[in-house]
Design a protein around this ligand. Structure first.
Ligand code: TUI
Length: 312
């Protein structure tokens, strides 16, 4: 299935895997790229040497293009920004900030730059700064989110910029992908769907919690601190939201999430850890390989777009 984005990135299918902190390491990224999508290594808050090793390890597993997601709140963002240029990474996506200051270096290195945005204003600014495309990420997503839903955000971003728009947030099957195309997107980015895959090196407890989640099971913590984060509800979110309602100070709240994602992903502590997930977890019922996920998604999408308006 060819779109402006598959051509831009040299991939087979218009599916990008989210650059999820702790989850998106080289095994997952390589598996998604091997299956014809674009896999991403999530640099999260890791030191740049870890990112360099991950890039080299992914290259051992696939000859196809893959990318790196740079979380701009990371203390190591400046170093990681240089490493991706040095290592000849094909695609960079960014999150949780404005990547303008790195843009010239990346463009000079021949990198395709795709900032993740949660507003029309940042999308326009990124286009002016030379971005090749943007991911418009709605607040159905897991992790750090903006204010606006995918349904409302994507068409507004599509109208505001000339570069291709990739939709993210609340998409996990062919219906979501077909809907994103109807909103004007040229590809989708999916995170939660790829957490529950065989190749994702994620503790079984985390995968199990996503597979068992229902529609109403996510919560957003940190709205008062200016860092809203969506995760599956557990003891941590309950305690956090109680404290937040009592007006607890920023430092006390941060203590609750600090290291919480690592504890959930690596140690399987899904009670006091941060089980970041999108609202679409309720639709994800089965662990599959990345190849099975992508094949199913593309079959469903093609059938829907052919006018067979029945799902499957
Ligand atoms: O970045 C994400 N999702 C993330 S990052 C992350 S790591 C983390 N861990 C613990 C606490 C907090 C973060 C987990 N999930 N998605 C992309 C995204 N970017 N969503 C929203 C934004 C965003 C928000 C405001 C981008 C830019 C922005 O303003 C920038 C500006 O300067 O205007």
């Amino acid at each position: 299935m060819k779109t402006e984005v598959t051509k831009l990135l040299g991939i087979e299918y218009p599916i990008i895997q989210g650059g999820m902190a702790w989850v998106a390491e080289h095994h997952l990224a390589a598996a998604v790229s091997e299956a014809g999508g674009l896999g991403l290594i999530g640099a999260s808050a890791a030191p740049s040497e870890w990112v360099r090793e991950q890039i080299r390890a992914a290259k051992e597993l696939t000859d196809k293009p893959f990318g790196v997601n740079i979380m701009l709140m990371s203390p190591y963002a400046d170093d990681v920004a240089k490493v991706v240029a040095e290592e000849g990474v094909k695609v960079v996506t960014t999150g949780a900030g404005n990547p303008e200051k790195y843009m010239e270096m990346w463009k000079n290195a021949g990198i395709r730059v795709i900032p993740v945005v949660a507003s029309v204003a940042l999308a326009k600014r990124m286009e002016r700064a030379g971005a090749d495309a943007v991911v418009a990420e709605g607040c159905e997503s897991g992790g750090h989110i903006g204010e606006t839903t995918t349904m409302a955000l994507v068409p507004q971003v599509v109208d505001a910029v000339q570069i291709p728009v990739i939709a993210a947030g609340g998409i996990a099957d062919g219906r979501g992908i077909a809907a994103a195309f109807m909103l004007g997107a040229k590809a989708v980015q999916m995170g939660t769907r790829f957490v529950a895959t065989k190749e994702a090196v994620v503790h079984e407890n985390y995968k199990h919690m996503i597979l068992k989640a229902k529609d109403i099971d996510t919560r957003v913590t940190g709205r008062s601190t200016g860092h809203p984060v969506r995760a599956l509800r557990n003891d941590m979110t309950r305690h956090y939201l109680e404290l937040e309602q009592q007006g607890a100070p920023f430092e006390e709240l941060e203590k609750l999430t600090l290291g919480g994602l690592r504890r959930a992903v690596v140690d399987g502590d899904v009670k006091t850890g941060s089980v970041m997930s999108g609202q679409i977890a309720g639709l994800v019922k089965e662990e599959m390989t990345c190849k099975e996920v992508i094949t199913n998604l593309m079959n469903q999408t093609e059938n829907l777009l052919k006018g067979a308006l029945d799902y499957e």
